[in-house]
Structure formats: structure tokens, C-alpha cells
Design a protein around this ligand. Structure first.
Ligand SMILES: Nc1nc2c(ncn2[C@@H]2O[C@H](COP(=O)(O)OP(=O)(O)OP(=O)(O)O)[C@@H](O)[C@H]2O)c(=O)[nH]1
Ligand SMILES: [Mg+2]
Length: 647
């Protein structure tokens, strides 16, 4: 593998409303990919193209667009900030090489910024930070830096500081070039000397940056000792290496809405974020990470994707023909003959692929790891209102799941109803609305949370005999099981000695236990939080088989769980509410009435921020409630916080 120097695959990540889509919009404008500046509140941006996104003013689907900056091709993915769509972020991180984390200069690090930051950590994706909305009342770069340091990373390194405050924010001093970058009201950049009144601050902040870099980077430290200062070139090289290794985070600031700060942000993407790795000479491997209409978005890892070529869908063994290869450039698409390793493109005409499909050269099959899908937490019953449309509904549901693996569909065994489940109320509303807009008339039930069950006590020495020996091929499996509560979701161990149960049958018992985890004794909910130990067993020369042991494992664990004391678990969410002071009392009372446990209260300019753990079932409809309780001034976000005993 070698670095593909002329490409950057970059994600824009942040809390809801931090300004990701506005930043993306300005990038597309500046790079010439679009000729007008769209606004989120007018419903005119390029990347929030879906009708529901435009109406709701939020991003729902990650959008991939390509543009050119300097001599680089930048493939940009604008991701949603709302937690219900965090699987879109997960899938994007799977194919990205770097990211820009956007922060609101008033709010600093918000809960969902922290959540996506941790996700990016797990994927090892290097980041730079952009503190946006410097034009807002209460905007404060140093406070934002402090919150990054406290909550995300010990070494945020500002390479700029703002010129003017709030409404008077007009530009930044660039600490690498020691120049003042200012934008007029039309967004036109002027690059000039640092104004005299800011020289002292610029010198002080540059010295602080040099010292911080020298403290983290060995070669920089040597130069610092030898020369007493660091050159811009050394700073740039060191900052790049510190970013790639995750040792430091370069911080820039600006106001996307006012068109200020975007050119230096693009320069920082080019200078500090990594080029993709890829080898165009090897056989093709590519991953489908997103479907949108008839387009499949793919990241090419090795080899070259060529128009008209036949490739293998490695998961299903089916062959697909590569139709048109497109680069989505804002409002238009350009066609390409091929895409090389390291690139991200859209392909038209693939029929059977889903999110997570590997496409590869037929003669060199390989399976890439698909993005992980989150477990659904909420479900609604969906029925067709018109007779005879059951098939159409089934097809529409299947299509939704193909595009978004964090949605799931099943049929309720008792009622025969179709249940659609997903990550939250909004997630399901959007999915249902998509089907309605496609012409289906639907009856939709109230949202229900997905319960789990967990043993609170164990059983030991449970003997299970699964024996069927009435002529012909029989079944014979004896197992002895211990079950106890555990921190982990599920752990299986065997302490059987002397080969009394052969290894393949032990594995079959484990598989049987996993089968039994699907439905617990309290209400048929999935079971978690247990350790199962196989302590003994017996086989029969002729009638023992993997199937017999798997059945014994399943029946055995089911019996064991009936004997344990079981606890019903419900999903809980960490809810963070920001309201003006005068409404805070009412909000606290309301959270308590919703079985919420207050975790903490802090204040920031103009608002009190309350965080609480609240059962997810009690969060349904909270948006409406908060609006009426705070005359529309309150905002809230949630994030999943695991399961807790229902009560
Ligand atoms: N004052 C000010 N407002 C901004 C700025 N950037 C964006 N906004 C506004 O903030 C709101 C949210 O902006 P978006 O760009 O949609 O934010 P987002 O991060 O894409 O939001 P989601 O995708 O829904 O998570 C919009 O009303 C923007 O006009 C800025 O620099 N200053
Ligand atoms: Mg957005």
C-alpha cells in the first residue's frame, strides 16, 4: 500500500446544528463545485437534498460530494448530528481517512460531539477541529479550547485566533504565517499584515504554539533548543505528524454562515489530514457504504474500478456489472471511466448490492469487513391501510433495511403485525415518512422500546438430557450447565475434562445457548448479562451429533433461565436539556416526573444545561413537551446509555 497523495477522504462530524452542512456548503462554493451559496434554513443546500431534510432543517443521510482544492481531489462526507442517525456516521467513518470536527463556539463540546469523537477514536481517524459560529453572541475560542481539552483531547493546538468578537468577528490571525486573514461581507478574503494592536497577542500565542509543539515532537524540540524558536515549515511538518498519530488536534475557527474561515480550513485539510492508502495495481476490492436512490457509493481499497467491467459481490457470489461511475459534485455529476484505489465514487446500475457489500475482482475474491450496525432500541407496528398492499409494504420495508442496516423488520409472532425497529423515534418517523411519500397509506402504532432480560441470580449443575432413540438415526446429548449473572453480554466457557464432550460438540452447545438468548422467559425479549459454563456431559457412540448438542444447549439454557430470577431491562438515554434560566425549574420537575435521574447542571451564557438519565420510553414526545414548557426556547439531545432495570 502507498499513499495516494492527491486525494483526501474527509468527513465532517459534530453535534446536531454545529454547522456541518453549512461548512460543507461553503467548501463546495469556494471550490467551484456549486455557484450559489445554499442555506440550511432556506432548504437550499446541496448535501441536505432530501425533501425531509429540507423540511426539518437537519441532516438525516450522510452525503458524499467531490471537489477540488489546490491540486487535491477532496471527497467530503457531510454526516448527520442527530443521535438517531449515528449509524450513518459509523458507516462513513468506516471509509474515511480523516475528519473535521465542528464545534459551536458558544456551546463548546456537546454530548453528541463527544459521542462521535469516541467513534472516530475507535476507527483511528485523525481529526482537526473547526470552532464555528464565531459571530454568535457569547462565542469564545478559548472557552471552546478548554472544553475540548477537558472532554476530548489533552492537546488541542490553536493555529489561529479571532479578529474581533461576536458580531464584529471579521477574520483570524494565522499563527503559522503570522498574517491577518480577513473577509468582507461578501466573503472575499484579504491576506494582510497583522494589525499593530494584535501583534503582541499574535507573538504570545505563536510562542505558546511553538512551546506546545516542542513538548510533543522530538525533532521540533531539538530545533527549539538549538534556535530558541520554530520555523513555520517545522511547525507544519510537526503538526501533520502529531495529527496523524493522534497526539494533538489542530484547532481553527471561523463562521461558516458568514463565509469566514473556510479557505484556511481547506488548507489545513490538505496540510494535516492523511492521504488514503491504496494500490491500484492489485486486484479490485471495494466496499459499498451507502445507497441513495439508484446510486451506490463505494470506497475503492485496492485495484481499479472500471466502467463496464464485471465484478463479484463477494458475500452472495453474484456478479454485477459496473454501469456508470460518477463523481457527485454538488448539483451535477461528472462521469469517470474508472476510479483507483483510495478513491470514493458513486456507481449507477448495481442491482443486488446492499450497504456493506464487498465488490471485488471475480478471480481474486475477498470479503471486506462491513460497517457495524447498532442494535435497534425502538419499534413501531406498521400496517398497510389499503387492502392488497401487503406485498408492496414488505418490499418497501426490505428496501429500507438494505439502505440502513440499523433498521430491522420482523413479524410479531402473536399479532402477525410487522414491526419496524430502529435507533429512535425520529429515525422511525423518517423511515415511515419515506414509505408514505412513495405512495403507501400506512397505519402506524405507538413507539415501543425494545426490552431486554437479564438473570439476577444463577443456577448450577443443571442436567439436561436430550435423547431420542426410537429407531433410525437417533439424537443423544447430555450436558450439565452452570448459569450466573455477568457484566458482559454473554460469555461461554467449558470446564469439561477428559474429553467427555468432544470440542465440536462444546461449540455446538455454545451455539445452542446463543439460540436461546433470542427470547427470555419474562416476555420473549433478548437475554444479556450472563455467563454459561458447560461443566460436564456425555455422548453416545452412534446417536450423538452437533445437532443433538445444539438442541441440548438451547433447551438447557431455556430451562436454566426459567429457574433464574430474571430482571426486565429497558433502554435508557442520557438527555441533555439547554434552557434559559427561568424555565430550568419546570424542566427539572418534568424530568423527575419522567423517572429521570439528574446527573448534573451547568450553566453557559444565556442557558442552564441539565443532564439526566431517563428511560427511553419516557423520552417519546419530549420534544413537544419541552417546547411548550419553555415557550420554544429549550433544546435537547439524547444519547443511548445502555439498559437499566425497568420499574
Ligand atoms: N450564527 C451562525 N449560525 C450558523 C453558522 N453556521 C451554521 N449556522 C446555522 O446553524 C444552523 C445549523 O446549521 P447546519 O449547517 O444545518 O448544522 P449541522 O451541523 O449540519 O446540523 P445537523 O446536520 O442537523 O446535525 C443553521 O440555521 C445555520 O444557518 C455560523 O457560522 N454562525
Ligand atoms: Mg447537517
Amino acid at each position: 500500500m502507498r499513499a495516494v497523495q492527491h486525494v483526501r477522504n474527509i468527513g465532517i462530524l459534530a453535534h446536531v446544528d454545529a454547522g456541518k452542512t453549512t461548512v460543507t456548503e461553503r467548501v463546495l462554493y469556494l471550490t467551484g463545485a456549486t455557484h450559489r451559496r445554499g442555506e440550511v434554513h432556506d432548504g437550499t443546500t446541496v448535501t441536505d437534498f432530501d425533501a425531509q431534510e429540507r423540511e426539518r432543517g437537519i441532516t438525516i443521510f450522510a452525503a458524499a460530494v467531490s471537489c477540488t482544492w489546490r491540486d487535491l481531489r477532496v471527497n467530503l462526507i457531510d454526516t448527520p448530528g442527530h443521535v438517531d442517525f449515528s449509524d450513518e456516521v459509523e458507516r462513513s467513518l468506516r471509509v474515511l481517512d480523516g475528519a473535521v470536527a465542528v464545534f459551536d463556539a458558544v456551546a463548546g463540546v456537546e454530548p453528541q460531539s463527544e459521542a462521535v469523537w469516541r467513534r472516530a477514536d475507535r476507527h483511528g481517524v485523525p481529526r482537526i477541529a473547526f470552532v464555528n459560529k464565531m459571530d454568535r453572541a457569547g462565542a469564545d475560542l478559548d472557552a471552546a479550547l478548554a472544553s475540548i481539552r477537558e472532554r476530548l483531547h489533552p492537546a488541542p493546538l490553536p493555529v489561529q485566533f479571532p479578529i474581533g468578537r461576536e458580531d464584529g468577528f471579521t477574520g483570524v490571525v494565522d499563527l503559522l504565517t503570522m498574517r491577518a486573514l480577513r473577509w468582507d461581507d461578501a466573503g472575499v478574503l484579504d491576506d494582510g499584515p497583522v494589525p499593530p494592536e494584535l501583534v503582541a497577542e499574535a507573538v504570545r500565542r505563536r510562542a505558546a504554539l511553538e512551546e506546545a509543539v516542542a513538548g510533543l515532537h522530538e525533532q521540533a524540540l531539538e530545533e527549539f533548543y538549538a534556535a530558541g524558536a520554530l520555523s513555520a515549515a517545522t511547525l507544519r511538518t510537526a503538526l501533520r505528524e502529531l495529527t496523524l498519530s493522534g497526539t494533538a488536534v489542530v484547532v481553527l475557527c471561523g463562521s461558516a454562515y458568514r463565509n469566514r474561515g473556510i479557505e484556511p480550513l481547506l488548507d489545513a485539510v490538505a496540510d494535516f489530514l492523511p492521504a488514503p492508502e491504496g494500490d491500484a495495481g492489485r486486484p479490485l476490492s471495494a466496499l459499498v457504504f451507502k445507497l441513495a436512490g439508484r446510486l451506490a457509493f463505494v470506497r475503492v481499497y485496492t485495484g481499479t474500478l472500471r466502467r463496464g467491467e464485471t465484478v463479484l459481490d463477494a458475500g452472495t457470489g453474484r456478479r454485477e456489472r459496473i454501469g456508470r461511475i460518477l463523481r457527485v459534485q454538488a448539483d451535477r455529476h461528472t462521469e469517470a471511466e474508472q476510479a483507483e484505489a483510495g478513491d470514493i465514487v458513486a456507481v449507477a446500475g448495481l442491482r443486488g448490492v446492499r450497504v456493506g457489500t464487498t465488490l471485488c475482482a471475480p478471480e481474486a475474491p475477498i470479503l471486506l469487513e462491513p460497517p457495524q450496525a447498532a442494535q435497534p432500541l425502538v419499534s413501531v407496528a406498521v400496517e398497510s391501510r389499503r387492502a392488497g398492499e401487503s406485498e408492496r409494504l414488505a418490499t418497501a420495508l426490505a428496501r429500507l433495511v438494505e439502505q440502513d442496516p440499523s433498521l430491522a423488520v420482523r413479524t410479531d409472532a402473536e399479532t402477525g403485525q410487522r414491526l419496524l425497529s430502529g435507533l429512535g423515534e425520529l429515525h422511525l418517523q423518517v423511515a415511515v415518512e419515506t414509505m408514505r411519500r412513495a405512495g403507501l397509506e400506512l397505519a402506524v402504532g405507538r413507539p415501543q422500546v425494545a426490552y431486554r432480560e437479564r438473570p439476577a441470580s444463577g443456577v448450577s449443575g443443571l442436567v439436561v438430557r436430550h435423547v431420542k432413540q426410537d429407531g433410525g438415526a437417533g439424537q443423544f446429548a447430555h450436558v450439565v450447565l452452570d448459569v450466573e449473572p455477568a457484566e458482559e453480554d454473554f460469555v461461554f466457557a467449558s470446564t469439561v475434562t477428559g474429553g467427555r464432550v468432544p470440542r465440536e460438540f462444546v461449540r455446538a452447545v455454545e451455539a445452542g445457548c446463543r439460540d436461546a438468548l433470542g427470547a427470555g422467559p419474562l416476555g420473549g425479549h433478548p437475554v444479556q448479562g450472563l455467563r454459561v459454563t458447560l461443566t460436564d456431559g456425555a455422548t453416545h457412540v452412534k446417536d450423538s451429533s452437533e445437532l443433538a448438542f445444539r438442541t441440548a444447549g438451547r433447551l438447557g439454557l431455556r430451562q436454566a433461565l426459567e429457574q433464574c430470577r430474571m430482571v426486565l431491562l429497558e433502554p435508557v438515554a442520557e438527555v441533555t436539556v439547554a434552557v434559559p434560566e427561568e424555565w430550568a425549574g419546570g424542566v427539572l420537575g418534568d424530568l423527575a416526573a419522567r423517572r429521570g435521574r439528574i446527573l448534573g447542571t451547568t450553566s453557559r451564557p444565556g442557558a442552564v444545561v441539565v443532564s439526566a438519565l431517563v428511560p427511553l420510553a419516557e423520552v417519546f414526545g419530549y420534544a413537544t413537551r419541552l417546547r411548550s414548557r419553555s415557550q420554544g426556547r429549550g433544546t435537547f439531545t439524547t444519547r443511548p446509555a445502555g439498559y437499566a432495570p425497568a420499574g
